[in-house]
Design a protein around this ligand. Structure first.
Ligand code: HEM
Length: 454
């Protein structure tokens, strides 16, 4: 327990209502059953718990412990904008540390987190996103050009290849095909072995190449060697000052004291951006292509508006996809001292889960919330705490603009060139795998017809 865990809750503002003490009610079943239900039917389970217990409820899980879900946007705003020193997100992400490393923005808290975040943010803002778009358009066009009518594939797998290449080129700044393939091979092996990091630390020890710990140590070593090689090459690149990829911008960045990032920091953040940005974006695209072909009127309008040069509907499709199919069901914050959340004074040690998936399904914010209706976003942008696919506050997703550009450009390239037919009769069930919501079958599709002129 950290030193701050002993500190009493700060005094309340005069006139504020007396908070309730203890934990809000929630499902009483065994912790393992709660986790099983959440894993296999996450959206239905969360909606059912909210129906029963209201906007704030407590759930017990094995390993993760006791957590309180919050589905009220105002309470989430208060949580994200108030004092953050008692909310530990880095600590909650600790199991990822074995892959992303100890200097990753994901596993740090407090001033160390803010330092990394300030260095990482600028390469993802403003004109940088315009430069990313050109890369994404190129990658997406080439991917779609390789599809043949009658071909069948699992959309999420194809989109993983696409989003890996975007990260390799836009973030790592690697252009040569052979180098991208080498990186893909080594890094995807690490990502695919992630589950091993959920094992207890004693099983993670390197007990030879055949032990789970030994295998991941070797995979990580191979991936690190390539990452350090790219960093060294880039440091020596004669055109470093003119380059716009994220790694080059990070090499030129300085913190408030004028200190540049070390190679070890750069390695950890490259791995972080890959881990945080590759599969998440691929999954969002797979969901988009589970929804679009099942809504022919939406698809027809999207094509018409794109043909007329209007981008607004495309943006609305991206926004609505991320609302109805968020990739992260809830963020996680661990309380290091008591804190009033949604009218409850919660004790230190519990987790608070701002429930993204539940906010997105509120009927008061989104009439017919279960329906896929992009036009609901045509009249204006979603209010910030009503639409939370990228979280909020000082941990909001750094790659949000890149991810949205990527989803939009890939959708544009695909719907402009091909017709995709879902191979499953019903929408792919949403399940929780690791920390993300994914389509259980990865959205199998068939390329039905090329719509582009031959
Ligand atoms: C559809 C795609 C994506 C989704 C849904 C998504 C979602 C999120 C969410 C919800 C968080 C906040 C976690 C929290 O509050 O604890 C987050 C953080 C983060 N994301 Fe993303 N993300 C996506 C793509 C990306 C991409 C493309 C990158 C970078 C290339 C990226 C990099 C990061 C980083 C570095 C953080 C940690 C920020 C911090 O702790 O300060 N993400 N993401």
């Amino acid at each position: 327990m950290s030193a701050t865990a002993q500190t009493p809750a700060p005094p309340r503002a005069a006139g504020a209502a007396e908070p309730r003490r203890g934990l809000p009610p929630g499902p009483r079943g065994p912790a393992a059953l709660n986790l099983l239900r959440l894993s296999e039917r996450p959206l239905e389970t969360l909606l059912e718990w909210r129906r029963r217990y209201g906007d704030c409820f407590t759930v017990r899980y094995p390993v993760f412990g006791t957590g309180v879900y919050v589905a009220d946007p105002q309470a989430i705003r208060a949580l994200h904008t108030g004092d953050q020193s008692d909310l530990r997100a880095g600590e909650a992400n600790a199991p990822l540390g074995a892959v992303v490393g100890p200097r990753s923005v994901l596993v740090l808290d407090g001033s160390e987190h803010l330092r990394q975040r300030r260095l990482l943010l600028p390469p993802f803002q403003g004109s940088a996103v315009t430069a990313f778009r050109a890369v994404i358009q190129d990658v997406a066009a080439r991917e779609v050009a390789s599809w043949r009518p009658g071909e069948r594939f699992v959309m999420r797998e194809r989109m993983r290849a696409l989003t890996f290449e975007v990260i390799a080129r836009a973030v790592f700044g690697v252009e040569e095909r052979a180098r991208i393939e080498r990186l893909r091979h080594a890094l995807v092996a690490v990502l695919d072995a992630q589950y091993v990091f959920l094992l207890p630390p004693r099983l993670l020890r390197d007990l030879g190449p055949l032990s789970p710990g030994g295998r991941v140590v070797r995979l990580l070593r191979a991936a690190d060697a390539l990452l350090y090689e790219e960093i060294a090459r880039r440091r020596a690149a004669p055109d470093l000052d003119a380059r716009t990829d994220v790694l080059s911008l990070l090499l030129r960045a300085r913190d408030e004291d004028g200190t540049p990032m070390t190679d070890a920091e750069l390695r950890d953040e490259l791995m972080t951006m890959l881990l945080a940005g590759h599969e998440t974006t691929a999954t969002a695209l797979a969901f988009a292509f589970d929804l679009l072909p099942r809504h022919p009127a939406v698809l027809a309008r999207l094509r018409d508006e794109l043909a007329a040069g209007d981008e607004a509907y495309l943006d609305a499709v991206v926004t609505e996809t991320l609302r109805l199919r968020p990739i992260i069901d809830a963020n996680q914050r661990r309380l290091t001292r008591p804190r009033v959340v949604a009218g409850w004074e919660l004790p230190a040690g519990v987790s608070v889960y701002p429930a993204i998936a539940l906010v997105h399904r509120r009927e008061d914010l989104y009439p017919r919330a279960g329906a896929f209706r992009p036009e609901r976003f045509l009249d204006g942008r979603a209010e910030s705490y009503a639409w939370l696919p990228f979280g909020g506050g000082i941990r909001r997703c750094i790659g949000a603009a890149l991810a949205q550009a990527e989803i939009a450009e890939a959708i544009r390239a695909i719907v402009s060139a091909v017709e995709l037919r879902p191979l499953r009769e019903r929408p792919d069930p949403v399940v929780l795998r690791g920390v993300t919501l994914v389509p259980r079958h990865g959205v199998p599709v068939e390329v039905a017809r090329h719509t582009a002129p031959a």
